[in-house]
Design a protein around this ligand. Structure first.
Ligand code: KIV
Ligand code: ZN
Length: 528
């Protein structure tokens, strides 16, 4: 597709709006290692509303009680965006979704069923007519409960185009207001996507009564390109996730789609509602909450996205920014500076710097951050942006207790094993002390903590990274463990890396205890 053959130039009036539908908390959270607590999801949902996304897909309420509670809490608290809940075309799912969305100022039910021959035959065991009947029944029930209904034809891009058009026409009649075209397996190419959206716009009866949407996965690395091709062909909603997290290779990255539409506005001729200066802080927040660092070379929000290292580039930049920069760092909220605060810095300076990084704590929260900042500045000469972000993030209320570390000692011996001893205390006063040896002080500490609380967990991931430069830099430890069939992650930050790892382990232990106090009490009793 070239700029000249885009239908944008001919059939669509300039500056139409493309809705941004964010599914970080549903499709993104489905990816292994990205599960979030309710508190974390609420933080992301608030940040997404602040960013200006049109729709927040908050979860799949029928999937679990936890998902239901998260969708409900987001519907209760978050304003400024529509809150959406996913449901299969089944009455139970749809009614559960409607209940979770009940407190929302603006809610949307998103129903889906697979339409491709492969899925119809092997997954659903349904004929074409049965799939249409289920889709219509699902949309009809959703429309009785909610004015805003989205329908997705799962695996749409491998569905016979004429049949897909029939499915869409039927669900429009039943009350769907948004029709989503997912490339569920990331199979399509941009030229095919452009062609398919054009076909649907021409062929679906009643299409003028609905918004056409696209939902692309990145299995072949084309999710963003395919989403943009769909917009060029007339899709007016794009489904995406922050930094592209999602099933398998992920979804289309929100920040890339939005900045491509903005930077090449003359080509696409559309606007979004986004405050793009919130992109960088919002992507950072997700990375901090999930413990998955943004790759340095990540488009738009990676730390190198605006770094110019080579002499030729620097020379060009000094002459004219446009030589090597197609977006300005400030357009995406890229507000990093190297050295920021120290122990003489005051509350005001702290507040200003936090605001530049996208955090706006209220007075009480700022008091707490300031206290932690002062104690950090006593240990560390220079406090960097990444230190401040870790302070601003604080600890997740759901992982605060019941256990805390009272004592930790770890030692390693050159050429020999390492040992650690810990004493933990539970909220009810119970103390547990244990010692262990291991392959290094971190391993020994994790073993000792596991023993002390009586939980077995299998370590699947362990990362330590310095948050800034210098010998006194804080280390951030991220642990991933498997426990009772679930993957759980914990994060800890300290100037001492063994303590950082212990705090990360403690976060996991506390999460296990809080999610199932009965099992936890039993584990502790057995252990005692
Ligand atoms: O990828 C997909 O098909 C989905 C649907 C549920 C929209 O995530
Ligand atoms: Zn998907």
């Amino acid at each position: 597709m070239t700029p000249t053959d885009s239908p944008v130039a001919t059939s669509i009036s300039p500056r139409e709006r493309v809705r941004v539908f964010d599914t970080t908390l549903r499709d993104g959270e489905q990816a292994p290692g990205f599960s979030m607590t309710r508190t974390q999801k609420l933080r992301i949902a608030h940040a997404l509303a602040e960013l200006g996304v049109d729709v927040i897909e908050a979860g799949f309420p029928q999937a679990s009680d936890g998902d239901f509670a998260s969708v409900q809490a987001i519907a209760q608290e978050v304003r400024g965006a529509s809150i959406c809940a996913l449901a299969r075309c089944q009455r139970g799912d749809i009614e559960t979704a409607a209940r979770a969305l009940q407190p929302a100022a603006r809610g949307r039910i998103h129903v889906f069923i697979a339409t491709s021959p492969l899925h119809r035959e092997h997954k659903l065991g349904m004929s074409r007519d049965q799939v249409i009947a289920a889709a219509v029944a699902g949309v009809r029930r959703a429309a009785e409960l909610c004015a805003d209904v989205e329908f997705s034809a799962e695996d749409a891009m491998r569905t016979e185009p004429e049949y897909l058009a029939d499915v869409f026409a039927a669900v429009i009649e039943a009350g769907a207001t948004t029709l989503n075209v997912p490339d569920t397996v990331g199979y399509i190419t941009p030229a095919e996507m452009y062609e398919r959206i054009g076909f649907l716009r021409r062929s679906v009866k009643g299409i003028e009564r609905a918004v056409l949407s696209v939902h692309c996965h990145d299995d072949l690395g084309m999710a963003v390109a395919n989403s943009l091709a769909a917009v060029a062909a007339g899709a007016r909603q794009v489904e995406c996730t922050l930094t592209g997290i999602g099933e398998r290779a992920g979804n289309a990255a929100l920040e890339e789609v939005v900045m491509a539409l903005k930077t090449r506005a003359e080509l696409f001729g559309v606007d979004t509602n986004l405050r793009t200066s919130r992109l960088y802080p919002t992507a950072r927040l997700l990375a901090q909450l999930t413990g998955h660092t943004i790759p340095r070379n990540k488009a738009v929000v990676g730390d190198n996205a605006f770094a110019h290292e080579s002499g030729i580039h620097q020379h060009g930049m000094l002459k004219h920014r446009g030589t090597y920069e197609i977006m300005r760092p400030e357009d995406v909220g890229f507000a990093r500076s190297q050295l920021v605060l120290g122990k003489h810095s005051g509350r005001h300076a702290l507040r200003e710097r936090l605001a530049a990084l996208g955090h706006a704590p209220d007075e009480a929260a700022l008091d707490q951050i300031f206290t932690r900042f002062k104690s950090l500045a006593d240990k560390k000469r220079e406090v960097f942006d990444s230190d401040l972000e870790a302070l601003a993030l604080g600890r997740d209320a759901e992982t605060l207790g019941p256990w805390r570390i009272v004592h930790l000692h770890a030692a390693s011996h050159l050429g020999g094993s390492a040992s650690a001893s810990v004493r933990l205390q539970r909220e009810d006063g119970l103390q547990a002390s244990e010692a262990a040896i291991g392959d290094g002080p971190v391993d020994a500490t994790l073993r000792a903590i596991g023993r002390a609380v009586g939980h077995d967990f299998e370590l699947v991931e362990f990362q330590i990274r310095a948050l800034s430069e210098g010998g006194d830099a804080q280390g951030q430890a991220t642990l991933g463990v498997r426990h009772a069939g679930r993957e759980l992650r914990g994060r800890g930050v300290s100037t001492d890396i063994v303590e950082a790892a212990a705090l990360a382990a403690l976060e996991i232990v506390n999460r296990i205890e809080r999610s199932n106090p009965a099992t936890a009490a039993l584990a502790a009793a057995n252990h005692a």
